[in-house]
Design a binder for this molecule. Structure first.
Ligand code: SF4
Ligand code: SF4
Length: 143
């Protein structure tokens, strides 16, 4: 797979760009509705994709080698689905042919997040949020 083909697998949901909490006792990953400061909330794209690793050291580049181990990726993420041997959802742009379909299906963070800028890390617990696919996702989004 070429780099372009690999990149095209990303559905553009931007849910990997959300700040997350981890339950110390259970290890459960809890999503918030707070996005990385580099996320363009109007397009769900990174505003500095080429330099993201330098600007946000916690931003992990997803590769074929690490995709299966990234438990915090949303269950709808195409890379996770691929690693788990599952098919892409009908709303994935590569399936639908429409780059907007991930937004129309309500999977992306479009219009539903606030930036981390100005939010105190200690207050992050107040921003816990449920996202499609976190539980019973196959039933929830009609897979
Ligand atoms: S969660 Fe996966 S599919 Fe969604 S933006 Fe991140 S890498 Fe792309
Ligand atoms: S640096 Fe860019 S790709 Fe990485 S989490 Fe932030 S917005 Fe997303």
């Amino acid at each position: 797979m070429t780099d372009d083909e690999w990149e095209s697998l990303c559905d553009g949901c931007a849910r990997c760009c959300l700040l997350k909490l981890e339950d110390e006792d259970t290890g459960e990953i809890i999503f918030t509705n707070v996005s990385c400061r580099l996320l363009d909330q109007q397009t769900c794209r990174c505003t500095s994709y080429q330099n993201r690793s330098k600007l946000v050291p916690t931003c992990i580049k997803v590769t074929a080698e690490n995709a299966a181990a990234l438990a915090w990726m949303p269950p709808t993420c195409a890379y996770r689905l691929l690693a788990e041997g599952k098919d892409l959802f009908p709303w994935h742009p590569l399936v639908s042919g429409d780059p907007e379909s991930v937004h129309k299906a309500g999977i992306s963070v479009l219009g539903r997040v606030v930036s981390e800028e100005g939010i105190d890390e200690e207050d992050l617990e107040d921003y816990q949020a449920d996202w499609p696919g976190e539980a019973d996702y196959e039933e929830e989004i009609g897979k």
